[in-house]
Design a binder for this molecule. Structure first.
Ligand code: GLU
Length: 389
């Protein structure tokens, strides 16, 4: 007899990965489909990282490691948190997981009880609300819009906090909007959080290396050091070093929380893959200069996509400040297509896979990832224009 747990019944499959799988299936059938659905850099993984992985294999680095990561990687990740995000933590306060997604999963599962509430600004990354629901807790939507830069305000946060609030999830630069919080806005959020000691904060900074504005990256644990003891900052190598398949994410936070995550991880995956960990040491500790070039190329693609989308009647998008996504508004086309799922299917029929806005708690639009080469993007945009003409 087939049976699903009540916990699983509360969640849907990831729609970013579902759309990507669908695009791969169609391609396998010989259909010409461009996938702008998943957020995955098209650049080759840097050679020094690949070399480190090969060396690990050759040297027999193929066994269990410590659950929370090898000492070398926790140290390299601590270096990354200090150098790139300004967060000073010892390696003992860093955990390595199989992707940022697993770190987030474990942090939420280790701390949430039924009845707890989790504040998530929307549009949100698809997995945040599903993980919260899996844990049996409630999602509290903090809606944002393009006019407000897709950022929540301190007043909005204050109004949403209740005695049951357990977490606030922040993601800056954000997926799917690229929204990036400046330091003063984080400090204003911190003023609110200070009055509510029960609330933990997750700051998902995985896109921090991909910012297109002026100035340094701002993050809550640095802007409000007194809140660092209840802030978990998530990062990784997938986006910054084109290492999505390696599945390595890292998180830095208070010792009790890192230990709680490790306790759960010891029963789920155990340690992340040893080869991937060796590669990630090279990623964090090795040369970073290629990132400057990648960032400029992403910026050029962003500008190209934004200009092309805004030239298509019925579609519009603001300019994202970071990450590699555009949240496209297609509200004027809804009378014709019905809803954003129907529009995304229509685009798929025309050879472009995108993710409907509703997957992110948004509406009447879709997300495009611009982590694809210029010629592919140009062709995809031509198809989109043709499909909605
Ligand atoms: N974070 C990426 C995205 O949103 C990867 C896919 C996923 O895990 O959702 O496309």
């Amino acid at each position: 007899m087939q049976h699903l747990s009540a916990a699983l019944a509360r969640i849907a499959p990831s729609r970013t990965t579902a759309m990507t799988d669908r695009a791969m299936e169609l391609r396998a059938q010989g259909r010409d489909v461009i996938s702008l659905s998943v957020g995955e850099p098209d650049f080759a993984t840097p050679a020094h990282v690949v070399e480190a992985a090969k060396r690990a294999l050759d040297e027999g680095d193929t066994r269990y490691t410590a659950v929370a990561g090898t000492p070398a990687l926790r140290q390299a990740a601590a270096l990354h948190f200090r150098r790139d995000l300004g967060i000073d933590v010892p390696p003992s306060q860093v955990i390595v997981s199989a992707g940022g997604k697993q770190a987030i999963f474990h942090a939420l599962l280790a701390t949430l009880d039924p009845g707890d509430e989790v504040l998530i600004p929307s549009p949100w990354w698809v997995s945040y609300p599903e993980i919260v629901r899996f844990a049996g807790s409630s999602v509290v939507d903090l809606p944002t819009d393009a006019a407000g830069g897709f950022r929540i305000t301190a007043a909005q946060l204050e109004a949403a906090i209740t005695p049951r609030t357990r977490w606030l999830l922040l993601n800056s630069p954000g997926n799917p909007t690229g929204a990036t919080y400046p330091a003063e806005e984080l400090r204003a959020l911190g003023d609110v959080l200070r009055r509510h000691p029960r609330v933990l904060v997750m700051s998902d900074d995985i896109y921090a290396p991909l910012r297109y504005g002026e100035g340094a990256h701002a993050t809550l644990a640095v802007e409000c050091p007194d809140l660092a003891e209840r802030t978990l900052t998530v990062s990784g190598v997938s986006k910054s070093h084109a290492m999505t398949g390696f599945r390595i994410g890292v998180a830095a936070g208070p010792l009790w929380l890192v230990n709680a995550m490790a306790r759960l991880q010891s029963h789920s995956s155990g340690n992340p893959a040893s080869i991937s960990q060796a590669a990630a040491v090279a990623a964090f500790a090795g040369p970073q200069d290629f990132l400057l070039d990648w960032r400029e190329r992403f910026r050029a693609r962003r500008d190209m996509v934004v200009a092309a989308i805004n030239a298509i009647p019925g579609l519009s998008t603001p300019v994202p400040d970071g990450a590699f996504y555009c949240m496209v508004d297609a509200a004027p086309l809804m009378a014709r297509f019905g809803d954003d799922d129907a529009l995304a299917l229509h685009l798929l029929e025309h050879g472009v896979a995108v993710v409907p806005a509703s997957a992110f708690g948004g509406r009447d639009g879709f997300r495009i990832s611009f982590a694809a080469d210029e010629a592919t993007l140009a062709e995809a945009l031509r198809r989109i224009a043709g499909a909605v003409a």
